[in-house]
Each structure stands twice: as C-alpha cells, then as structure tokens.
Design a protein around this ligand. Structure first.
Ligand SMILES: Nc1ncnc2c1ncn2[C@@H]1O[C@H](COP(=O)(O)OP(=O)(O)O)[C@@H](O)[C@H]1O
Ligand SMILES: [Mg+2]
Length: 376
C-alpha cells in the first residue's frame, strides 16, 4: 500500500478533522480524486471519506463545494418530502473541516492541494463493472431517479464547474491544438487513433448538434454516471449516486451514453488486449429498460428518439478525452496514470468499444423505440 501523504497526516495532526481519528486508509475506487477512508476512534462518531480534489480539473474549489452543497441539500429536501427513511444513506453529506475555529467545506494544504470530507456511508459498496442484467436495470432506475429528483432544481443556481464539459466540437478543437503542439512527442505513437477521430468527425459532430439542439431540454444531470458512482447496500439495493463534482446543467443523452459506455464494456477501460473489449448489448438493454421505467414520466419524445445514439457519441468523446490527455502528458487523469502509455491504451480500448457499438446500432434503436407510445 502507498504511504499516506504528508498532508493527510498533517491534517490529522493539527486537529482539522472534527473527531479523533483511529486510522486512515487509501480508498482504491475512482479515477479523478485521491480518496481515503478515515475511521474515527469513537463508535458514536461517523467515519469519513477524505478526498484530495484534483485541482487541475477543478480550479474553483469554492464553486465546486458550493454546487455540491446546494445539490445535496436539494436532494435531501426532496427525499424528505417523500418521507423516505435513512436520508443520510440516500444522499451524500458533505463534512466539515475545522479551520481557525470555523467550519469550512475544504482545507488547503501546503502543497496547494485541496481536501474535503464526506460522511462515510457504512455497509455500502460499489461495482467497477455491472455484474449482471438485473444490476444494470437497477443502475438505470437509480440514474433516472436522480434526474427525476432534480427536475425542479433551479438551473440558474448551478454555474458550470467545467464549462463545455460535453461540447464535442470544443473537445475536438482542443485535441487538434494538442496534436499540433505535440509537447510530449507522443503524436507519432497515436497516428492510428488520431485517424479514427478524424474519420468520424463529420458524422458525430452533426449527431451531437441534433442531440443538443433547442428542441431538446436542458436538465440538471450527473455528468459522470459510471456504475461505480452508484452506492449499493450490502443486499444490492441502490442507495445513492456519489461523485457529484460535475453535476451541471446538460442533456440527458450524455448521462445515459456515459453510463452505457462505462457499464456495457465487457472488460476494464484500460485492458490492453483489445480482443477482450466487447459491447454487451444485454447490459445496454436492461439499463435502458430500467432507466425508462422511471424516466417515461418526464422524458420528451425528442429525447427518447435521440438517446439510442448516446452511447456512440459518448464513447467517441471519451476516445478523444483519453487521446488528448495522453498527448498532453497525462494531466487530467494524473492520479490514475500508472505507465506512460496508459491513456493511449484507454483510448484504443474506447475506439474498439465504439466499433462494437456501431455493429449493434439498429438493436440500440429498437430497444428505445419500444418506449414511444406511438409505436404501438
Ligand atoms: N460517502 C461515501 N461513503 C462511502 N463510500 C463512498 C462515498 N463516496 C464515495 N465513496 C466510494 O469512493 C469511491 C471514490 O469516490 P468518488 O467521489 O467517486 O471519486 P472519483 O472522483 O475519484 O471517482 C466511490 O466509487 C465509492 O466507492
Ligand atoms: Mg467516482
């Protein structure tokens, strides 16, 4: 196990955590932040999840923390109106860090890194991949319930924490700049992947324009709904969605597409053996069935007709993001890049997944169309 960073030990030593601490261990999940579980000494005190915020991605930590606070408060209030029990297990509870006698939502250490706390939700687990169709259905239900709970959230109160997060055109432009600069001399290693991106630009930029056109509503969405951002209890009942850093106003297609991209891959995102990367259609089908079993109450016909294309768009976008980060020297995924070609391997894996999805395109559509009332 890696050593606990000095700043974590430092935080504990100067008493910035609200309770006496028994132990700190690194939490392996997640791709963005650096996460630790803090076990407190007294059984009556909650345990905590301590996270170092990836400050390359999240430049405005005040805004980040404030967005998370207003979203979690809103969800708690909505669930409370439904008189649901155990609210602290159904929504994240941001914790308090003590600084000069004040309760703050984050701590800035001597290395200019930011730290924040959540109450640890006990007896919970996440899955890095979707274990079976039944769990895929539950995943879809959980994401749709998250969207449904936030339907009434005042969208103007939620500034973009990462502007243009799913702006495909901008992602492509940014990739082209990085290719031109080639600061790390990596472009020659990625010739084939760059060619793949170029070959598909016209079609996918056009599709993206349709999916974000004015007749598609904007909604408050999660923006990183991978399966390991759903917390389940020990009996596999969904508890809540975690990792709310990127909750922003956007379009449903991106959440659904990203959930499928990450959930219907037959292998891990960084498997270098591309023959093991296949698209599991049945996972897509179950997830969509679960999603639409709830979302049929609020999804518009235009949204419904567009979402079958969303896994393709999001997988294409993610190929661009991994490729960009590889060419740019692994800045975005810096905490989870373990060897020099890691992000190139991830990009190759996404491209292969995309190609497998293309083979299933008609079936993707059929699954969704069944939910159109005029289909009958
Ligand atoms: N409040 C919580 N209680 C228990 N486990 C949690 C909690 N929040 C997150 N986790 C676990 O920690 C992992 C990493 O946290 P997450 O916020 O998703 O970080 P990242 O942005 O790096 O993905 C999650 O996948 C989940 O397993
Ligand atoms: Mg996560």
């Amino acid at each position: 196990m890696k050593l606990i960073p000095k700043s974590v030990a430092e935080m504990v030593a100067v008493g910035l955590l609200p309770y006496p601490v028994k132990s700190i261990e690194e939490h392996k999940g997640g791709l963005i932040n650096h996460t630790f579980k803090i076990v407190t000494k007294n059984d009556s005190d909650p345990n905590f999840l301590l996270q170092k915020v990836n400050s390359y991605i999240f430049k405005d930590v005040d805004l980040l923390q404030s967005n998370i606070r207003i979203v979690t408060d809103y969800i708690r209030n909505e669930l409370d109106k439904q008189s649901l029990p155990n609210l602290n297990r159904r929504v994240l509870s941001p914790g308090c860090i003590l600084s000069n006698g004040e309760c703050k939502s984050y701590y800035w250490d001597h290395d200019c890194d930011y730290w924040r706390l959540y109450e640890y939700i006990e007896d919970s687990k996440t899955y890095n991949s979707i274990p079976n169709n039944d769990m895929a259905f539950k995943g879809g239900v959980t994401l749709a319930s998250f969207h449904k709970t936030l339907l009434g959230f005042p969208k103007d109160k939620l500034p973009d924490i990462i502007p243009n997060f799913h702006n495909l055109k901008k992602r492509i432009e940014s990739l082209m700049v990085k290719i031109k600069d080639d600061k790390f001399g990596r472009v020659t290693n990625a010739k084939k992947e760059i060619e793949f991106i170029n070959d598909n630009i016209d079609e996918y930029v056009k599709l993206h324009e349709i999916l974000t056109s004015t007749n598609i509503p904007k909604r408050v969405i999660h923006q990183d709904p991978k399966f390991n951002n759903i917390l389940f209890d020990l009996n596999d009942n969904p508890l809540c969605m975690v990792d709310l850093d990127t909750v922003m106003v956007g379009h449903l297609y991106s959440d659904i597409g990203d959930a499928i991209r990450t959930g219907a891959n037959s292998t891990v995102e960084d498997n270098p053996d591309l023959n093991q990367t296949n698209f599991i259609f049945e996972i897509y089908q179950s997830y969509i069935n679960g999603y639409l079993s709830i979302a049929k109450d609020f999804i518009t016909l235009n949204e419904l007709h567009s979402i079958y294309i969303s896994p393709l768009i999001m997988t294409y976008e993610q190929s661009i993001r991994f490729l960009s980060d590889y060419i740019n020297g692994d800045k975005y995924y810096k905490y989870k890049t373990e060897y020099p070609d890691h992000n190139l391997v991830r990009a190759k894996n996404q491209i292969r997944l995309f190609e497998q999805m293309v083979l299933n395109r008609e079936k993707l559509k059929d699954t969704v169309i069944k939910f159109d009332p005029s289909f009958f």
